[in-house]
Design a binder for this molecule. Structure first.
Ligand code: ASP
Ligand code: SER
Ligand code: ZN
Length: 621
C-alpha cells in the first residue's frame, strides 16, 4: 500500500556466501578477473567478493524481492478491503516472507561493504539495507509475532467505531469526520473526539511489544533502533536529516504562529474565552479535524471576508450529481491535461472507491501498485466533498509516479525520497484553483476575491506543518527508548502542545493511547514524508509556474493543460529512486536543497494580512 511505501519488511539471520556467481553455503575462493582486480583497488574488505559477484547477487535478489512484494501486496489488498481473522493472518504470512528475505539478503550484502562498486550497484545495496520499514528479529517466532501485531493493529484501527449519545448507531471514522467538519456544537464535537480516541486503547500493550521487536530487528541489521532506519533514507546521516527537518520548521514557524493566533481569536469569538483561553493552546477537538492537522473545514469561521462560500465547490459537485467515480475522473482529467497517460482499465475495475456496506475495510486512503507494473489502484471511502477531491489528486499522484518508474530495476521503483511521492499529487492539487474550477464547471464564477482562496489553502497546508513533524518526533523518541511506554501519552501531548499549540480539553492519562488514534501509528507508516511534501510541493509549484510563464501571485497559478510541465514531471517520475533525491529535485526545479522560501512566498500576501489582523493580540501559548 501507498506503493509499498508502508513496506513491512524484516530481518533474519543467515549470512550465505555468494561464490563465483551463485549462492552457496560456503564461499569458495575465486580468482578475480583482470577488470575486477582494477575495480577492487581500494577495497577495504578482503575475500572473494568482486564487482561481478555483486552484480550477480543483485540479479538474483531483485526478481526474488519483486515476487515476494507482489504476493504481499495482493494479500494486503485483500485484507485491507475485507478485514477478517483469516485475511489478517494471510497478510501477516506474506509480510513475514518479505521480512525474512530482505533481512537475509541485506545480511548477505554486507559482503560487498568495502568493495568499490559502480554507483548504481552501490546505491542498490544501500537501498536494500534501509528498505525495511519494519525489520523483525532473527527468531522466526518473534518475526511471526511482529507481523501479526502489525497487521492486527491496523485492523483494530480499520474496525474502529464511535458510539455516543448523539447518534443511535455507532459511527465510522468517515462519519465522525463529517461531524467534526460540519458541527459547531461543542459538546458533540468533544464526544466524537473522545469516542474515536477510545479505539486506540486496546493497542497500547501491542504497540510497546511491536517497538521491542522492531528495534531488535533493526539492531540485527546494524542500526541503533527503527527510527535510525527511517531517518537513514535521505542520502545523508540520520542526525543530519533531523537537523534538516528542524531547519525547515524554523523557516515556517513564524507563519504557523500567526495563523494559530488568528485562528484562536476567531474560535474565541465562536466558542467564548472560557473554552478557548487567551495565551493557551487551542482545544484539539475544535479545529474541524480529528487530529487538528488541517483546518480547512472551518472556512465558515476563518474566511477573511464574508465570502467563504465563494471558494466552496461541494455544492456544485452535489448539484451536478458527481459520484465518487466521477470525482476520480476529474483527477485523471488533470493528469491527462498535462500529457500524461490515462489510467488503465484495470484501475477502474479493481479500485475501491466507496465504503462497502457488507464488510469491514481499512478506509484510510491509499494508492497501490500491486504488481509493480501497471496494476494500479486506489482504496478510499470517497465522500463527495472538497477534502476528498483533494485527496484523490494526492492518491493519483502516487499511481502516476508508480506507473512512470515501472521500467526501473526493482530496487529503484520508488520516488526520489518519500517526500517526493507524497508531494506529486499535492502539486497537482495546488493547481485546483478557482480559475481551474471555473474552467471545469465546478465554480460558477471565478469570483472568490482577495485572500479567501489563499486562506482556504493555508488552513490545509500551513496548519498541517507542525503535525507533520509531531508524529515522527514522537516515534523517533519511542524507538530510541527516550520515551518509555509509561510516558506514551504524556510525550504525545507535550509534542502536540509544543509544535501545534493544541491541547486536549481534559487531561489524558496513561491508560489511554492517543497516538494510536492516528492511522500511521498502528499502520507503521513513517510520517515525516508529509512534512517534507508540504515544503517540496511549493518548490515544485514555483518552478513549474515559472515554466508556464505565469505572472502574478503564486497562488493564482494553475499548471492545468501545460504539456511542458507535464514533461518535466514525467522525467522526474521516470528517474524513480535511481539517483540521489537532490539530483531529481534539481532536474525538476533547478534547486538542490529542500527550502521553505517557496511556501513562504506563496503565502506572503496572507501572512502580511495576518500580521495586521493580529496586531494588539497576545499570540503564542
Ligand atoms: N492520503 C493519505 C495520507 O497521506 C494516504 C497516503 O499517503 O496516500 O495519509
Ligand atoms: N494523508 C496524510 C494524513 O491523512 C497527510 O495528509 O495524515
Ligand atoms: Zn500519500
Amino acid at each position: 500500500m501507498l506503493a509499498r511505501l508502508a513496506r513491512l519488511l524484516a530481518g533474519s539471520t543467515l549470512i550465505l556466501g555468494l561464490g563465483c556467481g551463485g549462492p552457496q553455503q560456503v564461499p569458495p575462493e575465486c580468482p578475480p578477473t583482470a577488470t575486477e582486480r582494477v575495480e577492487k583497488k581500494g577495497a577495504k574488505t578482503p575475500g572473494s567478493a568482486t564487482v561481478a559477484d555483486a552484480e550477480a547477487f543483485l540479479k538474483q535478489v531483485e526478481p526474488e524481492l519483486l515476487e515476494l512484494w507482489v504476493a504481499r501486496e495482493r494479500a494486503s489488498w485483500v485484507k485491507s478491503t475485507f478485514i477478517t481473522h483469516d485475511t489478517e493472518l494471510i497478510a501477516a504470512k506474506a509480510d513475514e516472507a518479505v521480512m525474512e528475505a530482505v533481512a537475509r539478503r541485506a545480511a548477505e550484502a554486507t559482503r560487498f561493504d568495502g568493495l568499490k562498486l559502480p554507483a548504481e550497484l552501490r546505491r542498490k545495496l544501500d537501498l536494500l539495507k534501509v528498505s525495511l520499514s519494519l525489520p523483525a528479529p532473527r527468531d522466526p517466532k518473534k518475526r511471526a509475532e511482529l507481523a501479526r501485531i502489525a497487521n492486527g493493529m491496523e485492523s483494530v484501527y480499520g474496525r474502529g467505531k464511535v458510539c455516543t449519545k448523539y447518534s443511535e448507531k455507532c459511527l465510522t471514522l468517515d462519519e465522525v469526520s463529517e461531524i467534526l467538519a460540519k458541527s459547531r456544537n461543542e459538546p458533540e464535537l468533544l464526544a466524537v473526539w473522545e469516542g474515536w480516541h477510545k479505539i486506540a486503547v486496546p493497542m497500547r500493550g501491542d504497540y510497546a511489544r511491536y517497538v521491542e521487536l522492531a528495534n531488535e530487528g533493526a539492531r540485527g541489521l546494524g542500526f541503533k533502533n527503527l527510527g535510525e532506519i527511517w531517518k537513514g533514507r535521505y542520502d545523508m546521516s540520520g542526525d543530519a536529516f533531523e537537523a534538516e527537518v528542524d531547519r525547515l520548521w524554523e523557516q515556517v514557524r513564524p507563519l504557523y504562529q500567526d495563523l494559530h493566533c488568528f485562528a484562536r481569536s476567531r474560535l474565541q469569538a465562536k466558542y467564548g474565552k472560557k473554552k478557548v483561553k487567551d495565551g493557551a493552546p487551542i482545544p484539539a477537538h475544535l479545529l474541524g479535524n480529528m487530529w487538528a492537522q488541517e483546518w480547512s473545514n472551518l472556512m465558515d469561521l476563518f474566511a477573511p471576508g464574508k465570502d467563504a462560500a465563494a471558494v466552496n465547490f461541494e455544492g456544485a459537485l452535489k448539484e451536478k450529481g458527481v459520484d465518487p467515480v466521477g470525482m476520480v475522473k476529474y483527477g485523471e482529467g488533470f493528469f491527462t491535461s498535462l500529457g500524461l497517460t490515462k489510467l488503465p482499465k484495470s484501475f477502474w475495475e479493481r479500485s475501491m472507491f466507496k465504503r462497502p456496506m457488507d464488510r469491514e475495510v481499512v478506509c484510510h486512503a491509499s494508492a497501490w501498485d500491486i504488481d509493480f507494473e501497471a496494476d494500479l489502484r486506489i482504496k478510499m471511502c470517497i465522500k463527495v466533498n472538497e477534502e476528498d477531491f483533494t485527496t484523490i489528486h494526492h492518491e493519483l499522484g502516487h499511481n502516476y509516479y508508480q506507473y512512470y518508474y515501472r521500467h526501473q530495476p526493482a530496487l529503484f521503483r520508488d520516488s526520489a525520497n518519500d517526500g517526493f511521492h507524497e508531494a506529486l499529487g499535492d502539486v497537482i492539487a495546488l493547481s485546483v484553483t478557482p480559475s481551474y474550477l471555473t474552467k471545469v464547471g465546478l465554480l460558477k464564477k471565478e469570483g472568490a476575491p482577495g485572500l479567501t482562496p489563499l486562506m482556504n489553502r493555508a488552513l490545509e497546508k500551513v496548519a498541517f506543518l507542525p503535525f507533520g513533524l509531531v508524529v515522527d518526533k514522537w516515534r523517533w523518541d519511542v524507538f530510541a527508548g527516550k520515551t518509555r511506554p509509561s510516558d506514551y501519552n504524556r510525550a504525545w501531548w507535550e509534542l502536540r502542545r509544543k509544535y501545534q499549540g493544541v491541547a486536549p480539553q481534559k487531561a489524558r492519562g496513561e491508560e489511554l493511547f492517543d497516538p494510536g488514534a492516528k492511522y500511521h501509528v498502528p499502520a507503521n507508516v513513517p510520517y515525516t514524508r508529509y512534512f517534507l511534501a508540504a515544503i517540496l510541493q511549493f518548490q515544485f509549484h514555483r518552478a513549474f509556474c515559472k515554466l508556464t510563464g505565469h505572472k502574478g501571485p503564486l497562488h493564482t497559478c494553475s499548471i492545468y493543460q501545460n504539456k511542458e510541465v507535464g514533461k518535466r514531471i514525467q522525467a522526474m517520475m521516470e528517474l524513480g529512486q535511481s539517483r540521489p533525491w537532490s539530483e531529481a529535485l534539481k532536474a525538476a526545479t533547478g534547486e538542490e536543497k529542500m527550502d521553505a522560501s517557496a511556501i513562504l512566498a506563496y503565502f506572503e500576501p496572507l501572512h502580511t494580512w495576518l500580521r495586521k489582523e493580529n496586531r494588539g493580540k497576545t499570540c503564542g501559548w
